[in-house]
Design a protein around this ligand. Structure first.
Ligand SMILES: [Zn+2]
Length: 277
């Protein structure tokens, strides 16, 4: 009986080891960082960067009349009730959030159905902020991706692509962030249709993200990038912050979207774990 118990214990340990190795070795093979483990994370040897904006009434949301700002109201206070609690309401696509594959395509997973394995993976950070400074309507090109790969190596399988456009500098001013012109067209950068197609067809990614309101650039009316990414069963992260604090490669993301049954997306906490110091 004792032997049997020990062998089960050994098997559990082996399985745990395999899981940890799979999770982390694949994450860091490019940057020659192969030693990050759960122990490194839990012992405090890794810097963890929060890629999430705090939710409040000023958070940016998709500027459609059917949407509304985040609302919070107090239900009970420590002084009056001996306990503090509140209630909130929000559109799914407000603040730092995830677009589930069913956001733009039929017969695709809703936010609660996304496979957990795809919500952990290596972060690939592509910085186009210098190009956006000269052109707010800039779209990431396939050439930009090729240049990134020349400098950093081929995009690893199961990566999450994060586009740093520098747009986060406008976050505190919603009008400046959505940047509508006099005809109400929005102007901010995004992924081009070709770049999205390349990432889906030529690379094996878990999803994409951006530091603006949308993966499609502001003037888009067909949301072609959303259709390509969601049509491939992948998710999109929007209004992601702190991308300028990440290296081009080497960070591991943990993405935790709210689990709304049948939802098209929702508020999402995103951890970026840097390699051990
Ligand atoms: Zn969205």
């Amino acid at each position: 009986m004792i032997n049997k118990f020990l062998s089960i214990q050994k098997m559990i340990k082996l399985l745990a080891f395999l899981l940890i190795t799979t999770l982390f070795s694949s994450c860091h093979s490019y940057a020659a960082i192969s030693s990050t483990s759960f122990d490194d994370v839990t012992n405090g040897n890794c810097t963890i960067i929060d890629l999430t904006y705090s939710l409040n009434k000023s958070n940016a949301y998709w500027p459609d009349p059917s949407y509304a700002p985040f609302k919070y109201r107090t239900l009970a206070t420590l002084k009056g009730n001996g306990v503090f609690s509140g209630a909130y309401s929000t559109p799914e696509h407000l603040g730092t959030h995830l677009d589930a594959p069913n956001h733009f395509e039929e017969n695709q997973p809703s936010v609660d159905e996304i496979e957990l394995e795809t919500l952990i993976g290596p972060a690939i950070v592509i910085d186009i902020s210098d190009k956006v400074e000269n052109n707010v309507d800039y779209e990431l090109t396939v050439e930009d991706i090729s240049r990134w790969e020349e400098a950093n190596g081929r995009i690893q399988d199961r990566s999450i692509i994060l586009l740093n456009t520098g747009w986060g500098r406008r976050w505190d001013d919603y009008n400046n962030y959505k940047n509508a012109d006099e005809t109400n067209k929005l102007h901010f950068p995004g992924y081009s249709v070709k770049a999205a197609g390349f990432l889906i067809e030529k690379r094996n990614i878990n999803g994409i993200g951006i530091d603006t309101l949308s993966a499609d650039y502001g003037v888009s009316i067909d949301f072609a990038v959303h259709h390509i990414i969601n049509g491939a069963g992948k998710y999109i992260l929007e209004n992601v912050t702190n991308l300028d604090k990440l290296p081009p490669t080497g960070a591991t993301l943990i993405i935790a979207p709210i689990k709304i049954e049948g939802g098209s997306g929702g508020q999402t906490r995103i951890w970026a774990i840097l390699p051990p110091h």
